[in-house]
Design a protein around this ligand. Structure first.
Ligand SMILES: [Zn+2]
Ligand SMILES: [Zn+2]
Length: 303
């Protein structure tokens, strides 16, 4: 996430505005995330799990070599989505194709080469042996953010494969054609943010972007506005006392949720997915006040 955006901020009448969205670069996204998971694992209570996620992200990076092209919807479908302010890669209408299945098979092979716990190995075996109908149901659970707590490990592998597939699709879109679809919804796939970033990019410094865990899109979203319901009425911030102040929970009293805000201006290496998992302590703190997570990160289900 340390990389500057590909698309320059827009200058309107001499006032520089951050671009509306930043599409993922799958060739670097997962490798950088793997490095970040490895860095935050050091001396962490969740060290073992964070190192597993580092291996999984490395597998997400490696699997892309040799995958068939991920095919975008037809041009007229994309145009229709834009006209109706719908996400072009609507996750709620997704059906797996050959490239998606190849991503899952390849990812299972790559991660299978790593040293896994017996539980992770058993889950991986289940995914590899699952029939198409079972996999379709598993994918649906990931895409609808309804991962069952008794089968989290299987869903983590499938979620990782879907992240690769959706990031490869999203990278082919024209960022200029993306439009805001709703408060708290990714303009590419329609999903909720995992967390949000206040960036330090040149020309866009201080702007906040929501981060999608599925397709990797970042979209501009004003600060001090709830990323779930859009309310600006009762926003407060919580953080771990005595901490570095790099990650805060933006809490909304209207819808009783919170979404984390990661501050690149204080630490450029923060990653919206890896640091979301590594800052679990903040979730535990905020949940004591009765708020629930608004961000959705498949690697944090069950905690
Ligand atoms: Zn998305
Ligand atoms: Zn809210």
């Amino acid at each position: 996430m340390a990389q500057p955006p590909r698309h320059d901020p827009v200058s309107i009448g001499g006032v520089v505005k951050p671009s509306f969205a930043h599409l993922p670069e799958p060739q670097t996204l997962f490798l950088e995330r793997a490095q970040r998971f490895r860095a935050v694992a050091h001396d962490h209570d969740l060290k073992r799990y964070l190192l597993f996620l580092a291996d999984l992200c490395e597998a997400q990076h490696r699997v892309q070599d040799g995958l068939p092209a991920a095919e975008l919807p037809a041009a007229d479908e994309l145009a229709r989505a834009r006209a109706f302010e719908m996400p072009p890669l609507d996750r709620s209408r997704f059906t797996p194709d050959a490239a998606c299945e190849a991503s899952l098979n390849g990812l299972c092979s790559c991660i299978g080469l790593c040293e896994l716990t017996p539980a992770a190995n058993a889950a991986l075996r289940k995914v590899r042996n699952a029939d198409a109908a079972t996999l379709a149901v598993t994918m649906q659970s990931v895409l609808s953010d309804s991962i069952p707590v008794d089968a989290i490990a299987e869903h983590v592998f499938v979620a990782a494969a879907l992240q690769v597939h959706f990031a490869r699709l999203a990278a082919q879109l024209d960022v200029k054609n993306l439009v805001a679809v709703a408060d708290g919804a990714c303009p590419t796939c329609g999903g909720p943010p995992a967390s949000s970033l206040v960036v330090a990019w040149q020309g866009a410094g201080g702007a906040r972007f929501c981060a999608c865990a599925l397709c990797g899109t970042l979209w501009n979203y004003i600060r001090a506005k709830c990323c779930v319901c859009g309310s600006t009425k009762s926003i407060t911030y919580q953080e771990i006392e005595g901490g570095p102040g790099t990650i805060k929970a933006e809490c909304c009293a209207e819808c009783r949720t919170y979404v984390k805000v990661l501050h690149h201006q204080k630490d450029i290496s923060l990653d919206p997915i890896a640091d979301d998992v590594a800052s679990l302590g903040l979730d535990l703190l905020v949940r004591e006040t009765g708020l629930r997570r608004g961000g959705v990160n498949p690697f944090l289900i069950g905690y």
